[in-house]
Design a protein around this ligand. Structure first.
Ligand code: 5AD
Ligand code: SF4
Length: 421
């Protein structure tokens, strides 16, 4: 979502005469968009800010801002720790960037971490009309009401809000006019989307009417919000891709309860079974947290067992990170060495599943949406419907198109393919 938010911030500042640059040295303003989900991500911003010191002393007019969830969570503390920062803006207030920019030009500082009444999307600058790459993110839902015991999202992004389906539809049409063929619908809890009378599946069916929109994905989901209509859409909507990120976090019922996940491992298995009944070739992905306070060897082996039973196409796993203000932060963590060992063991298992799935793709025909040129001559790179990165020797006019290919080789992080002519 930070990628999407950054695009919208850039477009909003274009109204103030700014253009985007890849080089910090050329910038009149540097805006760091930040993540607060784990301690490591949040700490990174201070080392990043430190790197701009030299540039700022060479160009005293340079303005530096911090946006995103660290801005939301730490507010004025950021300016206290790093006085070079001119502007701090939370994820619900970035439509106010033009006023804030005018304020910092007077030499003052600007800070806004409100959860305003108005919907920021109705106050942002119109989206650019410029041609763009074939894939795009589109935020449809923000915030979370689930309150998992370890997670800052309900505090940094606020409570669940859905954008009205018709506004999402017109933004999607604009993106498709600009060359987009695949849209990933975003929300912290996207399958709780209620901006369409039939929920997320209603929105997906409505978007599937857009002629040149060929692929739809969504992320990220909570198992309890995978309703029957959404599962059915996975079976019937040909534009909805056969890949689903469905975080479970732990395979232990005891830990799931302590995490306040509001589902059991059996509940998760039953959702997975229904989805696979609807779409047998669908690849699943998940997030896992190891070393949650109180996690025993037995709890951890329940997680490994769940992974073996489900079988993932890929997955993300993290060591538990204590986050200020969350209920779990009150509890004593487990031995960090043990947490590291568990993370290694889980990652080894997940990687072996990923490689087995990749190896099973060799010889299969899939379709690839080519997104960019590869490193070697004549090569294009894109994603298959299963989210695998695929590269093939292909003519350049195939960029931005969905092309049938046959997988010929399994590389570590991607697949090699040949075009089926
Ligand atoms: N510690 C470790 N991982 C976390 N996540 C969220 N909060 C924490 C935390 N405190 C992970 C979860 C979530 C993903 C986005 O980040 O697995 O699904
Ligand atoms: Fe955080 Fe996801 Fe739980 Fe919401 S459902 S509190 S975003 S982990």
């Amino acid at each position: 979502m930070n990628v999407y938010d950054s695009e919208r911030m850039v477009e909003t500042l274009e109204g103030q005469g700014y253009i985007q640059t890849d080089k910090a040295e050329n910038a009149d303003m540097i805006l760091l968009n930040t993540c607060h989900i784990r301690e490591k991500a949040a700490d990174k911003i201070y080392s990043e800010l430190g790197k701009f010191k030299g540039i700022k002393s060479a160009n005293p007019n340079l303005k530096i801002g911090v946006a995103g969830c660290v801005a939301q969570a730490e507010g004025a503390e950021i300016i206290r720790r790093q006085p070079m920062v001119d502007l701090v803006v939370g994820p619900q207030s970035y439509h106010k960037l033009p006023q804030m920019e005018a304020r910092i030009q007077t030499g003052a500082r600007a800070l806004d971490t409100d959860f305003p009444e108005e919907d920021k999307f109705n106050h942002l600058a119109a989206r650019s009309k410029a041609k763009r790459g074939p894939t795009a993110f589109l935020t449809v839902q923000e915030g979370c009401d689930k309150f998992c015991a370890f997670c800052v999202v309900p505090y940094t992004r606020g409570s669940e809000v859905s954008r009205p389906a018709d506004l999402v539809f017109s933004e999607a049409c604009d993106l498709v006019d600009r060359g987009v063929r695949e849209i990933t619908l975003l929300g912290q809890n996207v399958n709780a989307y209620n901006g369409h009378r039939n929920g997320l599946s209603g929105l997906i069916w409505q978007l599937s009417e857009i002629k040149d929109l060929e692929r739809i994905r969504f992320t990220t989901s909570h198992p309890n919000d995978m309703d029957a209509a959404l599962i059915d859409a996975h079976g019937k909507c040909t534009k909805l891709m056969p890949y689903l990120h469905l975080p479970v976090q732990s395979g232990s019922n005891r830990i799931l309860k302590m995490m306040n996940r509001k589902h059991t491992r059996e509940g998760y298995f039953s959702v997975v079974d229904s989805i696979r009944d609807a779409r047998p070739d669908l690849l699943l992905s998940s997030d896992f947290i190891v070393g949650f306070p109180g996690e025993t060897d037995e709890d951890f082996s329940d997680t490994l067992d769940l992974v073996r039973q489900v079988g993932y196409g890929q997955a993300y796993s993290f060591k538990y990170s204590s986050r200020p203000g969350t209920p779990a932060a009150e509890k004593v963590g487990i031995d960090p060495i043990l947490a590291n060992e568990r993370l290694q063991e889980l990652q080894t298992l997940l990687t072996s599943q990923q490689h087995a799935v990749q190896a099973s793709m060799v010889g299969r025909e899939v379709s690839v949406l080519f997104e960019k040129k590869g490193r070697s001559d004549g090569q294009l790179i894109g994603k298959s419907e299963y989210m695998h990165a695929v590269h093939a020797v292909a003519p350049e006019h195939m960029l931005g198109q969905i092309i049938p290919v046959r997988i010929t080789k399994n590389m570590t992080n991607s697949l090699t393919a040949e075009i089926i002519y």
